[in-house]
Design a protein around this ligand. Structure first.
Ligand SMILES: [Zn+2]
Length: 330
């Protein structure tokens, strides 16, 4: 007997019933379960979505506590450069009021060189006494970091283990063990709302976006990341792409479809930043069980001299399989 039920759906973005097969029989690879799912593409709006998909009341089967995103971080606050320089960078580029002993010129150079790294870590523009919500905050490392930079932080998370960790290790008080859709926050109360690899898991992104729009202040910042189905890894590896992650990912956005969704809810996109994360390229080869390709990409010399440079270039032209979107509520 199956551990879950499935449902066939119309396009979750435009509700059209006209769609075509995009990827057939993709295996659940993230938790290595012997379950297979199709991915379809809407003929009307081009949105790509898992279909049929597990029903909302049975999808928990695909979210065991052992899932990668519920594992606590080994190190936090890892910027790749000293914290004093980091604070100075935030001061120069993002308007943060932080004391720092770092040199202005040094921080300007490092900040310029590490621009993509900082942008893909979802750094909001500074607002004094600003209030920030992280939807799907997991073990709370983002909230902890932003809290230390002066934000009043709030979070929602469905995994109990992750919530317990966030409360114990980071003393985060305002985090709720609940589906975001079931929470009740005050209207127009947040300056920033963040979703890190979350929107692709939401059953009805229109409901999520309506709620976000309601509780975010006018001109508030929305920062989110999702996999990009039009990226290089997704296009080349197809059903083995690390970012496909069926059936947990119900939606497979592209820059075009994420723009459609956000603009429908009154948001304007300020920038889309693609991640230069070489693990996607390497892990996908592992999923293919292509030992030769996988070992080749994992080779230390190849990974640092070829893979990293290639992924850096792909990110530059907006063609990796993860993207962060900075949007503003109009
Ligand atoms: Zn559609």
């Amino acid at each position: 007997m199956k551990q879950y039920n499935v449902e066939t759906v119309n396009c979750p973005l435009c509700h059209s019933s006209r769609y075509e097969l995009y990827i057939e029989n993709a295996k659940e690879l993230y938790n290595n379960l012997d379950e297979y799912f199709n991915v379809t593409k809407c003929i009307q709006c081009t949105h790509i979505f898992t279909n049929p998909r597990p029903t909302q009341d049975t999808i928990e089967y695909f979210y065991p506590n052992t899932a990668g995103y519920y594992q606590p971080p080994e190190t936090i606050m890892k910027q790749g450069f000293p914290y004093e320089v980091y604070k100075k960078i935030l001061n120069i580029f993002y308007g943060y009021h932080l004391e720092s002993k770092s040199n202005f010129l040094l921080a300007s150079i490092v900040g310029f060189l590490k621009k993509r790294q900082i942008e893909t870590s979802h750094m909001p523009r500074y607002i004094k006494n600003g209030k920030l919500l992280d939807i799907g905050c997991s073990y709370g490392s983002y909230l902890h970091k932003l809290n230390q930079l002066g934000w009043n932080v709030y979070g929602t998370e469905i995994n109990e283990k992750a919530i317990a960790y966030a409360k114990k290790e980071f003393n985060l008080i305002n985090i709720e063990n609940n589906f975001f859709e079931n929470t009740k926050f005050e209207d127009l109360s947040f300056d920033v709302i963040n979703l890190n690899m979350v929107l692709e898991h939401m059953y009805d992104p229109h409901i999520t976006m309506d709620m976000i729009s309601k509780i975010l202040k006018d001109k508030g910042q929305l920062i989110l990341s999702v996999p990009d189905i039009k990226g290089f890894e997704s296009s080349v590896y197809k059903q083995y792409a690390y970012g496909l992650q069926v059936p947990e990912h119900l939606h497979h956005y592209s820059p075009k479809t994420i723009k459609t969704l956000l603009s429908k809810h009154g948001f304007i996109i300020e920038k889309i930043v693609h991640h230069n994360f070489d693990r996607d390229l390497v892990a996908s080869a592992g999923y293919m069980q292509n030992k030769r390709l996988s070992n080749f990409l994992k080779n230390k010399f190849i990974r640092t001299s070829v893979v990293k440079i290639f992924v850096w270039f792909l990110a530059l032209i907006g063609k990796t399989s993860r993207m962060s979107i900075y949007a503003k509520k109009l």
